[in-house]
Design a protein around this ligand. Structure first.
Ligand code: ZN
Length: 382
């Protein structure tokens, strides 16, 4: 969660979803613009050229006009294409939201986009709807551009027509590539939801993950033998993505059915707001707990080792807990699902939650509690 913030820049929000740009994107942008500008469509006979893509659409500006026009057009098409990638992701997000699944963010990365869902859709049928929404958007965009491309034949607007044709081709490619039955592509999710109707969710994930990895290996081999740099890069991305998916699923599945009550620490040591920071440090070393609720009648805050670190040691005798504590207390109820707690911890990027029942604090649940229970449950359930 922290890493995600450092490696990406937030652009803004669309339908309430933060849209982020991964830094790899800044490298890939000129690379794409260059590839589009130079991919050959020989001058003079470009209409007949074999470098034309699917359905007679052009794939690059190579050999057309002068180099300035080629590079400017290459850049514009790159930017438009990544807007199409964003629309593809918004397609997933819209469908997820429609089925009550929250979307944390959309990150545009090297090979397209990633929509971070707050949870894995509980129902395979919903997962297939969410998965198919993105490629459908790409297909629809591709068809629209293809239609305009056909119309422009009679107007013959040269570079504009080529751009439109390229956008049609690359949107079709985006749709097709994402439908490959390999994690982390949409097709991998479709395969998993199809399998999940026939076996357990974990088994379905494992099967789909091995298909994804096998696919990545074949693609990597192909790249090595035929010298395809892009193939190797994509294969690597697919392999890593498949492994990530397996981990994410294991966590979600392991915690299914577990309640906050089962994993919380019930016997909570509290501190008072007028305690000195130096006293709190002593308490932390003695108790070996790194975070405490601050109670003055009610829970008014939470103080952790992180808050102390900001204070130089010579000032710790004159500053009170009340001055350094975090006022925003995020709480859960004992009957909430452990998954809910995990989501809240990751959403707010905090270490612990207060467990409240009828307005009274009954416990605390920390990341450490969740990790410990995952280890125990992992041995039992998976
Ligand atoms: Zn997609």
């Amino acid at each position: 969660m922290n890493e995600e913030m450092k490696t990406s820049i937030q652009l803004g929000k669309i339908i309430g979803i933060p849209i982020r740009l991964h830094i790899s994107f800044l490298l890939i942008l000129p690379l794409f613009a260059y590839a589009f500008a130079t991919t050959n469509t020989p001058s003079g006979e470009w209409m007949q050229s074999h470098t034309w893509g699917l359905l007679n659409t052009p794939i690059g500006f190579g050999g057309i006009g002068d180099s300035l026009i080629r590079y400017v057009s290459g850049t514009i098409v790159t930017l438009l294409l990544f807007s199409c990638v964003l629309l593809h992701e918004l397609g997933h997000s819209y469908m997820a939201k429609k089925h009550g699944i929250g979307i944390k963010s959309i990150t545009l990365i090297i090979f397209g986009g990633i929509s971070s869902m707050e949870e894995i859709p509980p129902d395979p049928r919903i997962e297939s709807k969410v998965s198919v929404a993105g490629p459908s958007v790409s297909l629809a965009i591709g068809l629209s551009f293809y239609f305009v491309y056909g119309l422009l034949e009679f107007v013959s607007l040269g570079i504009v027509r080529i751009s439109v044709g390229m956008l049609a081709f690359y949107n079709f490619l985006l749709c097709g590539f994402n439908l490959l039955p390999a994690f982390p592509m949409d097709g991998g999710r479709l395969l998993r939801s199809w399998l999940a109707k026939r076996m357990s969710y974990v088994d379905a994930t494992n099967k789909a993950v091995s298909v994804g990895k096998t696919f990545a290996l074949i693609m990597g081999m192909f790249g090595l033998f035929y010298g395809g740099f892009w193939f190797i890069l994509i294969a690597f991305f697919v392999y890593i993505g498949a492994s990530e998916e397996k981990k994410a699923t294991e966590v979600t599945v392991a915690l299914r059915g577990v309640k906050v009550r089962d994993i919380m620490t019930a016997d909570v040591q509290i501190v008072k707001p007028d305690m000195l920071v130096s006293e709190l440090v002593d308490l932390m070393f003695k108790e070996k707990h790194m975070g405490y609720p601050v109670v003055d009648g009610n829970v008014i805050g939470i103080v952790t080792f992180n808050d102390i670190r900001q204070i130089p040691s010579d000032k710790r005798d004159s500053i009170y807990v009340a001055n350094i504590m975090t006022h925003e207390v995020i709480s859960v109820q004992p009957d909430d699902d452990a998954i809910t707690a995990l989501k809240l911890l990751s959403k707010h990027d905090i270490g612990r939650l207060i467990v409240m029942e009828d307005g009274v604090m009954v416990g605390i649940v920390s990341r450490a509690d969740l990790v410990r229970s995952l280890e125990l449950l992992g041995q039992m359930k998976l």
